[in-house]
Design a protein around this ligand. Structure first.
Ligand code: PLP
Length: 393
C-alpha cells in the first residue's frame, strides 16, 4: 500500500496516508501499486456519477474541442444552458457560476449584504448555525460554526450570529433590524450529518418571510441528488431565496453555482465576478451532470440505494453496539457510540475501503450516486470485519 514517492513538494495541509492514487472507475480507485479501493468518500460527496463516468468524459471531450474559455465578460452557450437547467429545476431565477463551494457562499453573503443595503436599511448580519460548515475563505469560515476555527486567522469577518440547529426560538430571537438573512445547510454534513428537521425548515421559511429577510440554503453537500431529491429543500417543500451548489454539480470538476430568486438579484456591474466563472468547459460538465441526475429514475435509484445502505448500517450498528443511522439518501452517518471512528477509518483503508470520520464517534458515507447493491453489500461486509477487529483490539 505504501508508495515510495517523495511528497516534500506538496504543501502539508492534511494527514494524508502514503498512497498515491492514479486511476478511478465508478466506485473504485487504483493506487500506484496497482491496489484497488472501494470509495465511499468520492472526493467528499463530489463525484456523484462515480470516477470517470461516461457523461462527463463525453462532455469534456466534446466541449474541449469546441471552446474551453472565452472570458466571463462574454456569454457562452454552456453558461446559458446550465443556468437555464438550474433555474428550471429549482424554481429560482438567476445563476452566477463559480468554482468552489466557498466561492459560491461568499457570493451568497455578498448578495445578501447588497440586498440589505438596498432594501433593509443597511442590514448586514446573517444568522447561521452552530456546527455549520460553509467553506474556508475568511467570510465563510466566520459564517461556519466550527469550534476549532474560533481563534484561527483573527480578526474574523464580523456580521454572523450563531444559533443552534432546529432551535426556532433561538433563531427568532437572533433576528434584529440588523439581520438580512438566515443561512443554513439542510443537512449539516461536515458536522457529522445532522438534519435540519422539516418543521424547523418550514417555520424558518415562514419566519424569514414574515420578518422580510432572506433564507439562504447551502446545498453544496445536499444538492444534485445526494439526498434522493435533486435539492435537499424539496423534502421540506420550501424554496429558499438564495441557494448555493458545488460538489456534485461538477461531478468531480471545480464548478459551483449561486442561484437566486429574482427579487434577491441586485448585483450591479463590478460587484461580483472571477476569471474562471461561467467557463464553458466546466459548465458543459455541469449540464451533463444535471441532465443525468435530474431524471426521475436516477433519483428513485438514489433513494433505493440509500435505503439499502441505511438498512445495512442499522444491522451493523445492532451487531456492534452502535447507535443511530443519520441522514437521507446517500448522505448517511453511523453513530459508533465510542470514539473509535479514526481507528475504523484506518483499518478500513488497510482492507481497501475508503471511509470518512467527520467526528471521533461517527462515520460518514457519501458513495457515488451510481453505487450498486453489490458495492453497498461489499462495503458493509468489509466494515463488519473492521468493527469486529477494532472491538477485539
Ligand atoms: N458548504 C458545505 C455545506 C460544504 O459541505 C462544503 C465543503 O465541504 C463547502 C460549503 C465548501 O465547499 P468547497 O470546499 O468547494 O469550497
Amino acid at each position: 500500500m505504501t508508495s515510495t514517492a517523495n511528497f516534500d513538494s506538496v504543501m502539508d495541509i492534511a494527514p494524508r496516508p502514503p498512497i498515491v492514487f492514479v486511476g478511478g472507475e465508478g466506485s473504485w480507485l487504483t493506487d500506484s501499486e496497482g491496489r484497488f479501493y472501494l470509495d465511499f468518500i468520492q472526493g467528499w460527496a463530489v463525484n456523484c456519477l462515480g470516477h470517470s463516468p461516461k457523461p462527463i468524459l463525453d462532455a469534456l471531450a466534446r466541449q474541449a474541442a469546441r471552446l474551453i474559455n472565452c472570458s466571463p465578460a462574454f456569454y457562452n452557450d454552456q453558461m446559458i444552458r446550465l443556468s437555464d437547467l438550474l433555474t428550471k429545476h429549482s424554481g429560482l431565477h438567476q445563476v452566477f457560476l463559480a468554482n468552489s463551494g466557498a466561492e459560491a457562499n461568499e457570493g451568497a453573503i455578498k448578495l445578501a449584504r447588497k440586498w440589505g443595503a438596498r432594501h433593509r436599511d443597511g442590514a448586514y448580519e446573517i444568522v447561521t448555525m452552530d456546527h455549520g460548515f460553509h467553506g474556508r475563505t475568511l467570510a465563510t469560515m466566520a459564517a461556519s460554526g466550527k469550534a476549532q476555527w474560533e481563534r484561527l486567522y483573527e480578526p474574523k469577518v464580523s456580521g454572523f450570529v450563531k444559533v443552534e440547529l432546529n432551535d426556532l426560538a433561538a433563531a427568532e430571537a437572533a433576528i434584529t433590524p440588523r439581520t438580512v438573512a438566515v443561512m443554513l445547510e439542510p443537512i449539516q454534513g461536515e458536522a457529522g450529518v445532522f438534519e435540519a428537521d422539516v418543521p424547523f425548515l418550514r417555520a424558518l421559511r415562514a419566519l424569514t418571510r414574515e420578518r422580510g429577510i432572506l433564507l439562504i440554503l447551502d446545498e453544496i453537500q445536499t444538492g444534485i441528488g445526494r439526498t434522493g431529491r435533486l435539492f435537499g429543500f424539496e423534502h421540506a417543500g420550501v424554496t429558499p431565496d438564495i441557494m448555493t451548489l458545488a460538489k456534485g454539480l461538477g461531478g468531480g470538476v471545480p464548478l459551483a453555482a449561486l442561484v437566486a430568486h429574482r427579487d434577491a438579484c441586485c448585483f450591479e456591474y463590478g460587484d461580483q465576478g472571477g476569471t474562471f466563472c461561467g467557463n464553458p468547459i466546466m459548465a458543459a460538465v455541469g449540464c451533463a451532470v444535471v441532465e443525468t441526475v435530474a431524471q426521475p429514475e436516477f433519483l428513485a435509484r438514489v433513494r433505493e440505494a440509500g435505503a439499502r445502505l441505511a438498512q445495512r448500517l442499522a444491522a451493523l450498528s445492532a451487531r456492534h453496539g452502535g447507535g443511530e443511522v443519520r441522514g437521507k439518501g446517500l448522505l448517511l452517518a453511523l453513530d459508533l457510540k465510542r470514539d473509535i471512528a479514526g481507528a475504523v477509518v484506518a483499518q478500513a483503508l488497510e482492507r481497501g475501503l475508503l471511509l470518512n470520520a467527520p467526528r471521533p464517534d461517527s462515520l460518514r458515507f457519501m458513495p457515488a450516486l451510481t453505487v450498486s447493491d453489490a458495492e453497498i453489500d461489499r462495503m458493509s461486509d468489509i466494515l463488519d470485519g473492521v468493527l469486529a477487529g477494532v472491538a477485539a483490539s
